[in-house]
Ligand binder design. Structure first.
Ligand code: ADP
Ligand code: MG
Length: 443
């Protein structure tokens, strides 16, 4: 099958918003006003921190879930139900353990109603292309992670999808296996050995995006919006050490870490006239990191007046998803300043480093009570209660008007960790109660 020209668009999203109803009836907006076109001939990387709605966006494109607002067009026609032009590769491989490699690969073809002869032939050919020759009759449990993901690729590609969607397909693999598979996929694509017109890869790895993509779309969080959409024109195969590669990675870092960008976009958002919705209260998202990690980061900055985040990440051998939450948390506490991808210590950050354990606790306490809304709320609720105790469910109910139940648990856990460290309140795990320390001693 020939690859079509790069101008025709396969899929277009127009003003797509996705929100979920919480158990308490509140709506939470996951993705807001997404406008996006996917064209033949391109590899597009959808990049963003975890929870920014990447998987949700991909699932809408695949037709697995409908948008709450806006339109999805497939070949210029509104998409209804499953997208017939899309196949997905999942991070978790999603293979059936009781089926052989061949049977797993045949599965997608069977679902498409392909007769059994053609099915077997197509499956065997893809197994060959993907490098699974000789493993046709093996079961998934006999295979390594890399080989299992090859089965995932073969199954998706066997149906000859126009758009191959991949949701963090290399994240569950070790570094070397991942790098091998990435380049093998690139070989197949560049040599046009796979009958696919476009690839959409969801990733939280900046370097992975810059290695593979012809175009990078950066999603921001809370709610997910497109923060940037730009082409990558470096020729394949790209060298991670090349200055222009590093410059691009640096640029993406700046986009992701630039806190002002979100503000600008928030201000320019227009509310659609036919559906006047009240401006949702923006929830202050707490990154789930421990105080110890924040302290570790802040200490690292002690001898560096101003550091490039990307270099820092490289030095620590950490991926963006590992380092950004820690940076965000340090920023929330006013320990660091961020500007244009550079990070530097604030005066408060310096005081924190200089302090002993008690001073550190005091500084964190002051910062939490001044800047962290969830900690403020919990503390106020506790003060208001005669017995100075509250059940965690009360906090979860409040949180669930902003975030999903899972995320609410995570947010609560972080607020408890931080507040406990600063001795603002305590927590009794068996009863699920948050309480003020003085009260505990007198009970
Ligand atoms: P990413 O893939 O970027 O990590 P996801 O698309 O998986 O992000 O999720 C984005 C947000 O949407 C998360 O906060 C998640 O908890 C929430 N979410 C995803 N699916 C549902 C659902 N079915 N109901 C409620 N919330 C959901
Ligand atoms: Mg995801």
């Amino acid at each position: 099958m020939a690859i079509k020209t790069a101008t025709e668009h396969l899929i277009a999203l127009e003003g797509v918003t996705k929100s979920y109803q919480q158990p308490n009836g509140q709506q939470i907006v996951i993705l807001e006003n997404i406008n996006l076109e996917l064209r033949s001939g391109e590899i597009v990387a959808l990049l963003g921190p975890s929870g920014s709605g990447k998987s949700t966006l991909m699932r809408m494109i695949a037709g697995l879930i409908p948008p709450s607002k806006g339109k999805i067009l497939y070949h210029n026609r509104p998409l209804i139900g499953l997208n017939p032009g899309v196949a997905i590769v999942f991070q978790s491989f999603a293979l059936y353990p009781w089926l052989t490699v061949l049977e797993n690969v045949e599965l997608g073809l069977k679902a498409k109603g392909e007769p059994s002869d053609g099915r077997r032939q197509k499956a065997l050919r893809m197994i060959d292309i993907i490098g699974l020759d000789g493993f046709e009759n093996a079961y998934p449990k006999e295979l390594s992670g890399g080989m299992r993901q090859r089965v995932g690729f073969a199954r998706a590609l066997a149906v000859e999808p126009e758009l191959l969607c991949m949701d963090e397909p290399f994240s569950a693999l070790d570094v070397l296996t991942a790098e091998n598979l990435r380049f093998e996929l690139l070989d197949l694509w560049l040599e046009r050995r796979i009958p696919t017109q476009a690839i959409l890869i969801v990733t939280h790895g900046i370097e992975e995006a810059v290695i593979l993509a012809d175009r990078i779309i950066v999603l921001g969080r809370n709610p997910g919006r497109i923060r940037a959409d730009f082409p990558v024109t470096l020729p394949h195969y790209r060298d991670r050490k090349h200055p222009s590669f590093q410059a691009l990675v640096d640029q993406v870092y700046k986009i992701i870490t630039n806190p002002d960008l979100e503000e600008i976009e928030t201000q320019s958002t227009t509310v659609s006239p036919q559906e006047p919705t009240p401006e949702p209260i923006k929830y202050q998202f707490l990154p789930s990191v421990r105080i110890g990690s924040i302290a570790g980061l802040v200490e690292l900055l002690e001898d560096r007046p101003k550091t490039d985040l990307y270099r820092l990440g490289q030095e620590l051998q950490l991926e963006v998803d590992d380092i950004l939450p820690i940076v965000e948390a340090a920023k929330l506490m006013n320990f660091v300043d961020l500007a244009e991808g550079d990070i530097s210590l604030t005066r408060i950050g310096q005081e924190f480093i200089a302090g002993g354990i008690d001073q550190r606790k005091d500084i964190v306490k002051t910062q939490l009570l001044e800047h962290i809304r969830l900690v403020q709320q919990i503390s106020r609720l506790l003060q208001a209660k005669r017995n100075q105790r509250i059940p965690e469910e009360l906090v979860l109910d409040i949180l669930e008007s902003h975030v999903s139940p899972e995320e609410a648990q995570q947010q609560l856990k972080t607020a408890i960790d931080w507040g406990r460290y600063a001795e603002i309140y305590s927590y009794d795990e068996p009863s699920g109660q948050i309480f003020l320390e003085d009260q505990a001693q007198s009970v």
